[in-house]
Design a protein around this ligand. Structure first.
Ligand code: ZN
Length: 345
């Protein structure tokens, strides 16, 4: 465990909600440091300051967790970009960068493992061994560099998530395990999302839930059922996009001319900060314990969520004061005030 924070993840969750922040890969791609397509976080080695800056922005916005940028920093993905030899260096450095910034505040560091694309339903036994080895090597390095808990996320298969959970538990770390929800109601190995979360909770996960794929509108109904079916902590990390009944995931959103908006043309579907603050309030009222945002997330959303839930964070120093705007300041009507002001308690 890290020495810099007095309180671990489970301690914090016992007393209050925990605010996390993700979306590192999407944001650093937008900033020109990660290649869309392979989405390997080469930035960790190539531009470490860019990673630290984004960690710092999330920290200032109120995130209590610095998630090490090891998403897709695994053997299968590094092969795709010819950087397999950088595997260990990339993983260790990612955890180091998260630690350096966590120390600037009172944040925890989460090791991060994810869907591997190696798990194979046609060959479960052999592919499980491969997946386990990948998780073991990533997390062994992460533990050596110092992490407080592990987030296993975007799990397409319950089977793969259970392997992640086992490896985390063998390292005696708190485990947050969240599922992807690309399909209408089931994991790719055929478990209803709610049932899969229950199985993970029964197998010892400390926090279960969903991350990525769905925006608040289509994620919260599932999360509500998860909350009712498990007694452990529940996490919700949606994408900040306007998914809906016709397009339940951001992968299914279409541009006006019918092309896929995912992953590079999603901007027209972005929620604004007030809507994400509203998501957070609704999630809290459902009993969600770990709140965050996945791909598309950015610091202004995190600050809006923190403030909507009653927190003042370092970046609150620069929160909007529209009454001081030279033009809007005199023209704001009650409707505007309610819209812009209701998240500033
Ligand atoms: Zn995501």
């Amino acid at each position: 465990m890290s020495e810099r924070t007095g309180r671990g993840i489970l301690d914090r969750l016992r007393g209050d909600f925990v605010l996390g922040a993700e979306g590192y890969v999407f944001e650093l791609e937008r900033r020109g440091y990660i290649k869309a397509g392979p989405y390997v976080p080469e930035v960790v080695l190539d531009f470490p300051e860019a990673v630290k800056e984004l960690h710092r922005e999330f920290l200032r916005a109120g995130s209590e967790v610095m998630v090490a940028l090891t998403y897709y920093a695994h053997r299968e993905k590094l092969k795709d970009v010819g950087r397999e030899n950088d595997l260990e260096r990339m993983n260790r450095q990612a955890v180091r960068l998260a630690n350096e910034v966590a120390r600037e505040g009172d944040a925890l560091v989460a090791g991060n493992i994810c869907n591997t694309w190696a798990y194979d339903l046609q060959n479960i036994e052999a592919s499980s061994r491969t997946v386990r080895a990948m998780y073991e090597e990533q997390l062994t390095w992460a533990v050596e560099e110092g992490i407080d808990f592990v987030i296993s996320e975007t799990n397409d298969y319950l089977g793969e998530a259970l392997i992640a959970l086992q490896v985390i538990k063998e390292l005696r770390l708190p485990a947050m395990v969240t599922l992807a929800s690309v399909q209408p109601s089931q994991t790719r190995d055929g478990y209803d999302y709610v049932e899969a979360c229950k199985i993970l909770a029964d197998a010892g996960a400390d926090i279960v839930g969903l991350n990525c794929d769905r925006g608040p509108e289509t994620m919260l109904p599932i999360i509500e059922q998860v909350r009712q079916s498990v007694s452990c902590y529940v996490a919700a990390q949606p994408v900040p996009y306007r998914t809906n009944a016709q397009a339940a995931t951001f992968e299914s959103l279409k541009t006006d001319n019918g092309a896929s908006a995912f992953p590079l043309a999603l901007e027209p579907f972005l929620h604004n900060r007030f809507e994400m603050a509203d998501f957070a309030r609704r999630a809290r009222s459902l009993g969600v314990n770990y709140l965050g945002i996945c791909c598309g997330g950015a610091p202004h959303y995190v600050r809006a969520i923190a403030e909507a839930l009653g927190r003042t964070v370092p970046a609150s120093k620069y929160s909007p004061a529209m009454e001081l705007h030279p033009m809007l300041g005199t023209q704001v009507n009650d409707k505007d005030k309610a819209f812009m002001g209701d998240w500033k308690s």
